[in-house]
Write a protein that binds this ligand. Structure first.
Ligand code: G6P
Length: 610
């Protein structure tokens, strides 16, 4: 999704801004651009491309322009097709003001009509461009004052960075529901929509809050709110390591991140299990433990992969804590009438902590005055800041657009959360100890599965040319069937459907023939017999079947086309192991089909518009 970078200071802003944009590429985008002060000629130059940041870089290849102030952007099209004219930065009529924007201006049509009547000329089809004209309308020498005036008329979401030829030497930035931070250097500042763009320059950052405007000069920065009251906010130190954001020798971030899963589970559980007592200790929930003891229902909202992790979490919490739990797409929750009472807790699950729908659902729940919790990976993100309490995944930065290690960390945190809630209720210490012990054994078991990488690659070679796939699972592995199908379609563009195996006879079975293979998760658990019958029903219709089975199940090998074996664990934890071969399978098929693994077409890492 869209990304913002800006630089002001003594160095050349051009390479720094390009480098920042490259670090935001993983978010997904379709065009890029930069506006910069040419320090020698005292004018603003704007360069835009409909394509990759590499093409933008190419445009500066042989130039000797020096600029100490630039704003740059990667655009993911919402209003208007991907094209040079719709790429950011956008400008006013006289080309004095340039800005980059993340988010959506909801009342742009109305404002555009009014501005047109007043004589403004528009160049693009975007909602963003009206901001440049509104700022032009209010500009009388001071850029921040014009920005504040303009934003008062705007309905919608924004992360914004603006420069003006007639008020040079500063960047004005503003935020409403779209993240923006200022990276602090010595006599230089980088602004960005995502910490990964600044982390190689500085670890000291200040996050802007909704409704705030910042003025950044080479020497200093100041923050005010829209009522122009000054805000003093100390910086935070980013914990991210630059190394963590590189590929470390793997051909793709996705593969690297799958291979990081054992370490991710360790990071998500470190210091959080008390083995002797069979307890989970989650620091971020300490202050609300009494409230959690009192709740009688939990509503979980999430999107995409986080939603699927939450489905498995629901089963864990209901089975081990006996707490009625519902999972809902955040995009549905926010628009229907949810029934929430004071004994309900709301839980937002989000890797980025910035997904627009999840954030809106959280705000809706907060409006109802109920306890709001988060399971979030990105420290300091909006969901993390706006919830009453929560748990960080500690998965580290995930760069591949398709979530892998973050998904596993969400499942792991759900296991810890179920243990915590369970031990507050009826779960025995003996069962608690068993769960804790099994959780701690997971990293080694995932390492066993990762040794199957070349076997799974061979399997991918065998199945690479099929154009359809069915994924089946039951109970805890029903969400994993959905996730397996989601990964395959995201990464390889193969049509894949995930189903609860019990539903197979209610439709999908009509599709089965020798050209429509099935990936069935049939572990040796409480639903194995049922899965086995479903697999036989597919075989009886000439369907090819790959089965994910538990080590030692020799029976299944004779009945199906291919088998991948995984180690045994507790049924509630089995999704954590089961998903890994499915991620590898999707990865290898995607590679074999020549797909853009880390940046699949049309997808974005963080969906910050609804
Ligand atoms: C996008 C990403 C998915 C992710 C979903 C929710 O669709 O491509 O990988 O699961 O957003 O994102 P979140 O950051 O809220 O977990």
């Amino acid at each position: 999704m869209c990304g913002i970078v800006g630089y002001i200071g003594k160095q050349n802003a051009i390479p720094i801004s390009l480098d920042g944009l490259k670090r935001l590429e993983y978010r997904g985008y379709d065009s890029a651009g930069m506006a910069l002060f040419d320090s020698q000629k005292n004018k603003i130059i704007c360069v835009k491309v409909a394509g990759k940041v590499d093409s933008l870089e190419e445009r500066f290849r042989n130039s000797n322009i020096f600029s100490n102030c630039a704003i740059a952007h990667t655009r993911w099209a919402t209003h208007g097709i991907p094209s040079i004219k719709n790429a950011h930065p956008h400008n006013d009529c006289k080309k004095n003001i340039y800005l980059v924007h993340n988010g959506i201006i909801e009342n742009y049509k109305f404002l555009k009509e009014k501005l047109k009547e007043e004589g403004h000329k528009f160049y693009s089809d975007t909602d963003t461009e009206i901001l440049a004209h509104l700022i032009e309308k209010f500009f009388s020498g001071n850029l921040e004052e014009a920005v504040v005036q303009a934003l008062k008329l705007v309905k919608g979401t924004y992360g914004l960075a603006v420069i003006s030829k007639n008020d040079p030497g500063k960047i004005v930035a503003a935020r409403n529901s779209s993240p923006l931070l200022i990276g602090l250097g010595r006599d230089e500042f980088i602004i960005a929509s995502d910490p990964s763009a600044v982390v190689s320059y500085t670890k000291k950052v200040v996050y802007l809050e909704d409704g705030e405007v910042a003025v950044i000069t080479p020497e200093d920065f100041s923050i005010t709110n829209l009522r122009q009251r000054k805000i003093i906010r100390p910086h935070v130190n980013l914990k991210w390591d630059f190394e963590e954001a590189t590929k470390a020798g793997f051909p793709h971030f996705m593969l690297k991140e799958i291979f990081e899963i054992p370490e991710t589970i360790q990071n998500s559980t470190r210091g959080r299990l008390i083995f002797d007592e069979g307890l989970a200790k989650l620091g971020g929930l300490e202050l609300v433990l009494d409230e959690l003891r009192g709740i009688s229902r939990m509503v979980i909202c999430a999107c995409g992969t986080a939603y699927l992790a939450s489905l498995a979490g629901e089963y864990m919490i209901e089975e081990y804590a006996g707490l009625p739990t519902e999972v809902e797409y955040a995009s549905e929750f926010r628009y229907r009438k949810p029934i929430l009472n004071q004994n309900t807790a709301f839980l937002a699950v989000s890797q980025s902590g910035e997904t627009a729908d999840t954030l809106a659902a959280l705000r809706e729940a907060k409006r109802k005055g109920i306890l709001s919790l988060g399971v979030v990976n990105t420290v300091g993100s909006s969901v993390a800041r706006e919830t009453d309490a929560g748990v960080y995944n500690h998965a580290g930065p995930e760069i591949g657009v398709a979530s892998t290690k973050a998904f596993v960390s969400q499942l792991t945190v759900f296991a810890l959360f179920a243990l915590l809630l369970g031990r507050q209720r009826q779960l025995s210490s003996v069962m608690g100890q068993r769960i804790a012990k099994e959780i701690s054994a997971l990293p080694e078991k995932v390492k066993e599965i990762l040794k199957l990488n070349s076997q799974i690659r061979n399997l991918a070679k065998k199945y690479r040319d099929y154009n359809h796939f069915l994924y089946l699972g039951r109970k805890y592995n029903y969400p994993i069937a959905l996730e397996g199908a989601l990964k395959l379609k995201e990464i390889s563009y193969i049509h894949a459907e995930g189903y609860g195996a019990g539903e197979m006879k209610h439709g999908p079975i009509a599709l089965i023939d020798k050209n429509f293979p099935t990936f069935a998760i049939a572990l040796s658990d409480s639903v194995y017999e049922k899965m086995f019958s479903n697999i036989m029903e597919i075989k009886a219709r000439e369907g090819r079947v790959i089965v994910l089975a538990t080590n030692g199940n020799n029976e299944i090998k004779k009945m199906v086309d291919d088998v991948i074996y995984v180690p045994k664990t507790l049924e509630m934890l089995s999704p954590i192991l089961a998903v890994v071969p499915l991620q590898l399978f999707a990865y290898h098929i995607g590679v074999l089909r020549g797909c853009d693994i880390d940046k699949p077409r049309n997808l974005a890492k963080s969906v910050t518009v609804e």
